[in-house]
Design a protein around this ligand. Structure first.
Ligand code: ARG
Length: 564
């Protein structure tokens, strides 16, 4: 990025009417280093300047070479309508020092004054927080961190599934077969058991469903007993969810779940009625969407109760009013894409121009060793168990490789949990994920542990080196050049991850950094380098690499132990 900025500063006085940002967006990194470090494809200017690219390149090249402002590039040439910039070793070294010293390296303030609401995680009360929810939490938290790093005000909302007919079932089930002690001891597990039992029994006895409906309707009317049971279920469940959030470092600014919108759905129904958007369909109220190629959006069921979509519409209005968001982002599995498309459309049809700022961020499914996960069939893997397994396996590896390590348990948890998070974020989110333990935890593969380990290696080298002088440096090797160039991409990668709502851009970038760094470390002795200048330069590379890895890992939610 530095180089693009530096090139744009030279170009800007010569290109009137274009601001630096526009110029930067025209600049490219040539795929072949022989063609320079930065290139300006001048055809991008030929429309505005009404000249052929070859001429533009030539005259820009002459003008820059004639001026004395250039302190960055050792050579600038025009080749076939391209203007190619070659950075000098000294300038590259200066950029390296800047990178290693800038505590906010990679961040920006593009989001200053703007607010983003991110709706993520959102597990359902009384149901296990299984690995399917992990993706929403991990992706959502990473997106939030990235936006925040770019200067946005970020409100993370945990839109808990804490309202709906299932609570009627749960109340009935609890009263028939539940035990206070069992639920206090076993938490969600016990709640799920009675919920499953309800469904088994309801197959034999239809009256149960009526009882459940009746219980939920009492709950909606504020019946004390029902409400206090419901509150208790919510409390028990949240306590369990929080254990997982602590492990993976997820934090929310708001815990307003579906129940929060219970008294806010009437206004939605009224507004839809006033706009003549509601159509009666077999006793239920719907908004038809066939014109837009979608099934209708159900707003009120025939018994008058609201549903998931109604509450989501109320929530969107509430968030717009409360936070005046620039964007409201929803992170859920791709299975819910239709739901979001439908209610976004309804809000748009209500005439709200901000409907265009509602964004669904879908992701693919998860399987473990090839087996699909589903709550219904019982193939549920609890997140806690998964993390425990990862931690145990990591501890076993540490005991083998580095038995004397301090805080072994803590490190094993940071690495084990990190491995799962990293794995989750290492491919485009829309791709389905398969967990194969040997791949997730492989310290030498493209994994979280590999990145954390490389970071720890950087810290280890710096510790051994002690103080060094950044003012006198000399770059002498190609491997140095390559790693510095890779580190220079950090701000752009963050921006790309933000624009594409794709944290995997960062995880994959961190793997590139590790690969380039390890190549450098293999080729270039650091502590035993030839002469102080070379040693200083290499230490600065180690330092800059360490801080990029640390910041990058933190952005995607991994911890960064100094020793592994
Ligand atoms: N509780 C839902 C589920 O587990 C996810 C909620 C997502 N957020 C929303 N505003 N609909 O499927």
């Amino acid at each position: 990025m530095y180089e693009k900025i530096q090139a744009s500063e030279l170009l800007s006085p010569l290109l009137e009417g274009l601001d630096t940002e526009e110029i930067i967006s025209m600049l490219e990194y040539p795929s072949d280093r022989k063609l320079g470090d930065i290139a300006l494809p001048c055809f991008k200017l030929s429309r505005t300047l009404k000249k052929p690219p070859v001429m533009i390149a030539k005259s820009l090249c002459e003008a820059i070479n004639a001026s004395e402002k250039n302190e960055t590039f050792e050579k600038i040439e025009d080749v076939n309508g391209y203007l190619n910039f070659y950075i000098s070793k000294e300038a590259l070294a200066r950029n390296l020092v800047k990178m290693s010293e800038d505590e906010k390296y990679g961040s920006s303030d593009v989001g200053r004054g703007k607010t983003i609401v991110i709706d993520y995680s959102a597990p359902n009360i009384a149901k296990p927080f299984h690995i399917g929810h992990l993706r929403s939490t991990v992706i959502g938290q990473a997106i939030k961190n990235i936006y925040r790093f770019c200067g946005y005000e970020c409100i993370g909302v945990n839109h808990l599934g804490d309202w709906g007919t299932q609570f009627g079932k749960l109340i009935v089930a609890y009263k028939k077969w539940g035990s206070k002690e069992a639920i206090e001891q076993k938490g969600i597990k016990a709640l799920t058991e009675i919920y499953v039992k309800f469904h088994e029994e309801a197959e034999k006895d239809e009256k149960l469903e009526d009882e459940a409906r009746e219980a939920f309707s009492r709950m909606e009317k504020g019946d004390e007993e029902c409400i206090s049971l419901w509150k208790w279920f919510v409390e028990i469940s949240i306590a369990e969810f929080k254990k997982v959030y602590n492990l993976i470092g997820a934090q929310f600014e708001s815990w307003n779940g579906e129940s929060f919108y219970f008294d806010k759905t009437d206004a939605v129904v009224e507004a839809l009625k006033a706009k003549n958007m509601l159509v009666l369909d077999n006793g239920a109220y719907i908004v038809p969407l066939d014109e837009y190629g979608m099934p209708p959006c159900l707003i009120l069921k025939s018994d008058g109760s609201t549903i998931y979509a109604t509450r989501d519409i109320a929530a969107a209005f509430y968030r717009k009013k409360t936070y005046d968001f620039d964007k409201c982002i929803y992170v859920t599995s791709a299975g819910q894409s239709l739901h979001f498309a439908q209610f976004f459309k309804v809000i748009e049809l209500m005439g709200e121009e901000w409907a265009k700022n509602l964004v669904h961020v879908p992701f693919g499914t998860v399987s473990i060793d090839g087996a699909k996960l589903a709550t219904r069939t019982g193939n549920v893997v609890l997140l806690e168990d998964l993390f425990k397994e990862a931690t145990d396996k990591t501890l076993a590896i540490i005991n083998e490789k580095n038995p004397g390590l301090e805080n072994k348990e803590e490190v094993a948890s940071a690495v084990g949990v990190g491995a799962i998070i990293f794995h989750d974020l290492s491919n485009n989110r829309i791709k389905d994920i398969n967990f194969v333990w040997d791949e997730v935890l492989n310290f030498d593969g493209n994994t979280g542990p590999y990145v954390q380990y490389t970071y720890a290696r950087c810290e280890g080298i710096l510790d051994k080196a002690g103080k060094y002088d950044k003012k006198i440096l000399a770059l002498t090797d190609d491997a140095e050049y390559n790693i510095i160039k890779t580190l220079e991409l950090f701000p752009e990668k963050i921006n790309q991850a933000r624009c594409e709502l794709e944290p995997s851009v960062i995880s994959r970038y961190l793997l590139d950094v590790c690969q380039e760094f390890n190549r450098f470390y293999h080729d270039c002795p650091v502590l035993k380098a030839d002469g102080d200048k070379v040693r200083n330069a290499r230490l600065a590379i180690v330092e800059a690499t360490g801080s990029v890895l640390k910041r990058g890992l933190e952005l995607i939610g991994l911890k960064t132990p100094k020793n592994i």
